[in-house]
Design a protein around this ligand. Structure first.
Ligand code: RAM
Length: 339
């Protein structure tokens, strides 16, 4: 009964059966996943704290199903910066590549080459054009994220005034999709007194995001809020504003990790922001990739697979699997989260 951890995987079959007989869900079972799968995560940037949490979530999952995991990638989020890493992974005959794409198209020819050689490709966080992958593991419904950001900033601005967006790179598929829905949401009559004055790009680079924040404040003296739908951008904007005369006057919100944003919530710079758990995103993406590589799913809509502690997950339209709704963090709940 008290087997050492390395034996747990071998006992999974029996454990799953017993759990099923008892009518309870088997936790962290790796039903149908082959042992020894080589799965590589390619984040947007290797040193982005958000991507590190996501990759580690994926590596934890890979350990659970006894695969060989690793994370490799560029230090900048440039459109083509991931290409050389993909090429190396192809020559290494990885079983699956799990990538947060820096550009919807730039990586597609290389991912196609990988798929032609039998390597399974899953995008997570930031998608490619559908031709570049078999599945996309999305953090949350993109429309919900975009519209939710406007609802939140409108509340923080008291329903009127000018705001700017501080995004990641100009070609980031995830941010661009969210921004498209933000702009849609802004067309509703309840936002008629809110004006989006500028979309700036900090390239998911801390320094550039910091400088862009300064530029926005100088260019728009009546600015009431900055929405940064990127964990790098929101942290840099909050840092700049927390030590400037705009603190308390210009709201900072967007998508951030609770651990990076905690000090700015505590010092009054930030009232509320949103995110999901990046570790769970990586974890789900690893299970999706392993199931593809094991042949338990092929990527078709309606197929389901067992995603360990996240339970059974089903593939939706366009090969998309959604993790779940985002959480809104503020002074009342931020200390309940540690990521
Ligand atoms: C940054 C990256 C990532 C995005 C988060 C919210 O870390 O741009 O792709 O999902 O922010």
């Amino acid at each position: 009964m008290f087997k050492p951890l390395r034996h747990v995987g071998k006992a999974v079959g029996t454990a799953t059966l017993c759990a099923a007989m008892l009518g309870i869900a088997a936790s962290a079972s790796a039903a149908g996943i082959k042992e020894g799968l080589k799965i590589a995560f390619v984040p947007k940037q290797i040193n982005n704290p958000y991507e590190v949490i996501a990759d580690n979530g994926g590596l934890d999952a890979i350990k659970e199903f006894k695969g060989e995991g690793k994370a490799v990638g560029p230090s900048d989020a440039g459109a083509s910066s991931q290409v050389s890493y993909i090429n190396t992974l192809i020559t290494q005959h990885q079983n699956a590549i799990v990538i947060a794409a820096n550009d919807a198209n730039a990586v597609v020819p290389y991912l196609k080459k990988a798929m032609a050689q039998g390597i399974k490709v899953v995008t997570f966080d930031s998608d490619t054009a559908p031709a570049g992958r078999q599945l996309f593991v999305n953090q949350a419904n993109a429309e919900g994220i975009g519209r939710g950001q406007i609802e939140l900033v409108s509340k923080l601005m008291g329903g009127e005034g000018e705001f700017a967006i501080l995004s990641a790179t100009p070609n980031a598929t995830n941010q661009n999709t969210w921004i498209k829905y933000m702009q849609e949401e802004l067309k509703k009559p309840e936002y008629s007194k809110i004006k989006l004055v500028k979309i700036a790009y900090g390239n998911d680079d801390d320094q550039k995001s910091f400088v862009e924040t300064q530029g926005l404040l100088q260019a728009y003296p009546n600015l009431k809020a900055i929405v940064a739908p990127t964990t790098v951008g929101i942290a840099a904007a909050a840092r700049y504003i927390s030590s400037s005369s705009s603190k308390g006057k210009v709201q900072v919100t967007g998508l951030g990790t609770p651990n990076q944003m905690r000090e700015f919530v505590k010092n009054g710079t930030v009232k509320a922001f949103q995110l999901w758990d990046p570790a769970e995103l990586g974890y789900l993406a690893a299970y999706a990739a392993a199931n593809l590589a094991s042949g338990t799913i092929t990527g078709k809509q309606g197929e389901s697979f067992d995603a360990g502690k996240l339970g059974k997950r089903t593939i939706g339209a366009n090969g998309e699997i959604i993790l779940g709704p985002p959480t809104t963090f503020d002074a009342t709940n931020i200390d309940n989260y540690n990521f």
